[in-house]
Design a binder for this molecule. Structure first.
Ligand SMILES: O=C1C[C@@H](C(=O)O)NC(=O)N1
Length: 440
C-alpha cells in the first residue's frame, strides 16, 4: 500500500541523533511520521532539500522578548519573527519584562497573549523574587513553563534574589528547571563606587570581573550540593567557573552564549555600548575555555541571550548604557560559521541547540529528529556565504553586534510542526506558534 504524507523532505543530508545520513523525512499531522527511503510514498508537498542539511528545529533557550515592556524595542511578534528568519523554531522567553512575570496572573496573561502573535513555539520563564518563593513550586510545575529564572546578581529589570537563605529557599522549591544568572551581588555593589560615568566601555568587564562570576557560581554550587537540587547555570563566561563546574556535574547543567564564543574584549573598542552585556564579554583566554568546555562536554546548551535595548540606550555613556545584545536572529548563522571553521561539528551544534535544551528543561515532543516528534526543522545551506546586515534584523531596535560578520553556512528554511514559516528571508503564512510543553 502506498504511504501518504503531508510533507516529504527529500534529497538532503539529515542530522539524526546518531549522525548524518542522506535520507528522507515524512511528516503527517505536524509530526515526524517516517525517516528512510520514501521514494514510493506520495505527499501533498515535497520539499527539495538537495544540497541542504536538514536539522531538527533549533531552540534558542535564552531570549528576552520584552513584552510587556517596550514595543519600540521588541515584541513577541517581532522577536519570534526574528527567530524564524534566523532558523529558530522554539524560544524560551525570559521574565524580566516590565512588569516582570512573577505570578500566575501575569503568566496566564502572557500565555493567552502569544496566540496569533508568536511565529515560533514558546516556553515561558517565571521570575523568582523574594516575595514569590512560596508560589514558585506551583509555577514551575505549569506545563508551559520552561523554568524559573533567578537573578542572583542584578541586571536589567527588577528581579533579584541574592542572599544565601533566599537562594536556598528558591532552590528547594524547584525540581529541575531553575536557571540562574550567576554573578555575586555583594561584590557587584561593593565595587560599583569605583567607577564613574564616561569611563571606557571595557570597564564593564573590570567591574563585573572574573571573581564576581566565580563567587556567584561557587555560592550556587554550595547550595546545590547542600539541597541536592540541580541548578542550570546560565551564560557561564569564565575559564575559572568552567573548570570548577566540571566537579559539580551531578548538580548542574551549563549554558554558554553565542557572544562569549565569538567576541573578545576588543569588541569594546569597536562597538562601544553595543558590546556591553551581563556577564561581560571577556578576553581570549575565557573564549578559549568556553570552546574547550563545548568540546569536552561540560556545556549542555548554547543560547543567544537575545536582549534588545534601544539605540538611544546603547549610545549612552558607560555605565548608564543598557546591558544586553540582540542575538536570536544571528545565533544560527554565526554558529554555522563556527562549524564551517571547524570549531565544532554540525551534530554537536544540533546537540547544543536542540537535544541539549530539550534534555535540560524537559521539553516535550521536541529535541530529536525521530518518528513521533514534532516536525520542526531548520534547513541550512552550509555552502552559502553571506554577511549579516542590520537591514535584515527584524527586531525594531534595529541593530546587531554582528553587523558585517561574514558567515559560511546559513539557515534557508524554517519549518514548524510541518508548516514552512520562513523560506529564503520571506516569513510565510501567519504566526502559528503555540506554548511549548514541559515535563512536570
Ligand atoms: O542578564 C542579562 C539581562 C539582559 C537584559 O537586558 O534583559 N541583558 C544582559 O546582558 N544580561
Amino acid at each position: 500500500m502506498t504511504q501518504t504524507y503531508d510533507l516529504i523532505l527529500r534529497g538532503g543530508t539529515v542530522v539524526l541523533p546518531w549522525g548524518m545520513e542522506a535520507t528522507e523525512v515524512g511528516v503527517r499531522a505536524g509530526r515526524i511520521a517516517a525517516i528512510g527511503d520514501l521514494r514510493l510514498a506520495t505527499a501533498a508537498e515535497v520539499i527539495d532539500c538537495t544540497g541542504l542539511h536538514v536539522l531538527p528545529g533549533l531552540i534558542d533557550s535564552h531570549v528576552h522578548l520584552r513584552e510587556p515592556g517596550d514595543p519600540a524595542v521588541e515584541t513577541i511578534e517581532t522577536g519570534t519573527r526574528a527567530a524564524v528568519l534566523g532558523g529558530i523554531t522554539t524560544v524560551f522567553d525570559m521574565p524580566n519584562t516590565n512588569p516582570s512575570i512573577t505570578n500566575r496572573e501575569k503568566l496566564d496573561w502572557k500565555r493567552d497573549f502569544v496566540a496569533g502573535r508568536a511565529w515560533t513555539d514558546i516556553g515561558f520563564y517565571v521570575g523568582a523574587a523574594k516575595s514569590n518563593i512560596a508560589e514558585l513550586a506551583a509555577l514551575e510545575a505549569e506545563p508551559n513553563v520552561c523554568g524559573v529564572k533567578v537573578f542572583a546578581g542584578s541586571s536589567t529589570g527588577d528581579l533579584l534574589v541574592e542572599d544565601d537563605a533566599s537562594l536556598e529557599a528558591v532552590m528547594r522549591s524547584g525540581r529541575r528547571r531553575i536557571s540562574y544568572h550567576s554573578e555575586d551581588e555583594y561584590r557587584l555593589q561593593a565595587r560599583k563606587g569605583a567607577y564613574t560615568t564616561g569611563m571606557p566601555h571595557r570597564m564593564h568587564a573590570e567591574w563585573r570581573d572574573v571573581e564576581c562570576a566565580f563567587l556567584g557560581t561557587r555560592r550556587l554550587m554550595a547550595i546545590a550540593r547542600k539541597t541536592g537540587r540541580p541548578a542550570h547555570i546560565l551564560h557561564v563566561s569564565t575559564a575559572e567557573e568552567l573548570a570548577y563546574l566540571k566537579d559539580y556535574r551531578d548538580v548542574c547543567t551549563v549554558e554558554v552564549l553565542l557572544n562569549h564564543l565569538t567576541q573578545t574584549d576588543e569588541a569594546y573598542d569597536r562597538l562601544g555600548g553595543y558590546a556591553v552585556m551581563n556577564p561581560p564579554i571577556r578576553d581570549a583566554r575565557h573564549m578559549a575555555a568556553a570552546w574547550e568546555a563545548v568540546a569536552n562536554g561540560t556545556v549542555d546548551s548554547i543560547g543567544s541571550d537575545h536582549a534588545p535595548h534601544s539605540r538611544a540606550s546603547k549610545e549612552k555613556p558607560w555605565p548608564e548604557c543598557g546591558a544586553g545584545l540582540t542575538g536570536v536572529q544571528t545565533l544560527v548563522p554565526v554558529m554555522l560559521d563556527h562549524v564551517s571553521a571547524g570549531r565544532l561539528s554540525l551534530p554537536r551544534l544540533v546537540d547544543l541547540l536542540n537535544a541539549g535544551p530539550a534534555r535540560v528543561f524537559g521539553l516535550v515532543g521536541k529535541g530529536r529528529l525521530a518518528a513521533g516528534y514534532d516536525a520542526d526543522f531548520t534547513l541550512v545551506d552550509m555552502k552559502k556565504t553571506r554577511s549579516i546586515e542590520e537591514s535584515w534584523i527584524a527586531s525594531p531596535c534595529g541593530w546587531t553586534p554582528f553587523a558585517g560578520h561574514r558567515c559560511t553556512g546559513w539557515p534557508v528554511m524554517t519549518i514548524i510542526r510541518g508548516q514552512a514559516v520562513m523560506r529564503e528571508d520571506a516569513v510565510l503564512g501567519a504566526p502559528i506558534g503555540t506554548p511549548a510543553r514541559f515535563a512536570p
